[in-house]
Design a protein around this ligand. Structure first.
Ligand SMILES: [Mn+2]
Length: 173
């Protein structure tokens, strides 16, 4: 299959302009755009047209879905915020969620730390936070995932759309 490109952001915590900026930069240029929760925006907000979004622990409106399973050509993406799977403490419940969805890629957020790792043949990606980064890397980030038949490449980008050095990873599938 041709390369598919996914854009993933998370944990914008009220910063609607950042979500809009990333959406406007990529809409129509990529295969799918995701927001992994804690937007603190209304589910009915027009910004969500063309974005797959889930509910975070700081999203109190019941109009959001907790999880999304998105079927793209030859690719299944499981999306959740992560708090319901207790990712502050264990990974096993998130892994089980992704396995049950038969996912190739599992997207999560909540921790505000950029991460990409592979477990049980599934690539897990936390894009970090576009507003409040935590941990060692004090940069507001989002993720770009490029998928082919044989590989899944993950880059993390800053809000000027530049690849943040040292974080990129490539996994085989
Ligand atoms: Mn958050």
């Amino acid at each position: 299959m041709a390369e598919q490109i996914l854009i993933v952001m998370s944990d914008s915590h009220g910063a609607k302009a950042v979500v809009e900026k990333i959406k406007e930069h990529y809409q129509g240029q990529v295969d799918a755009i995701f927001h992994n929760g804690d937007s603190e925006l209304a589910p009915s907000d027009a910004v969500w047209q063309g974005i797959h979004v889930v509910k975070g622990n700081c999203d109190y409106d019941s109009g959001y879905q907790e999880d999304n399973i998105v079927h793209l050509p030859d690719l299944i993406v499981a999306q959740t915020h992560g708090h319901l799977y207790h990712i502050n403490f264990i990974w096993s419940r998130l892994i089980k969620f992704a396995q049950e969805a038969q996912a190739d890629i599992c997207l999560y957020g909540h921790l505000h730390r950029a991460a990409a790792w592979q477990e049980e043949g599934i690539v897990f990606v936390n894009p970090g936070s576009v507003l409040q980064p935590r941990g060692d890397i004090n940069e507001k980030l989002y993720a770009m995932i490029r998928v082919t038949d044989t590989s899944i490449k993950v880059d993390f980008l800053d809000l000027n759309h530049q690849v943040y050095p040292g974080l990129s990873q490539e996994f085989s599938r």
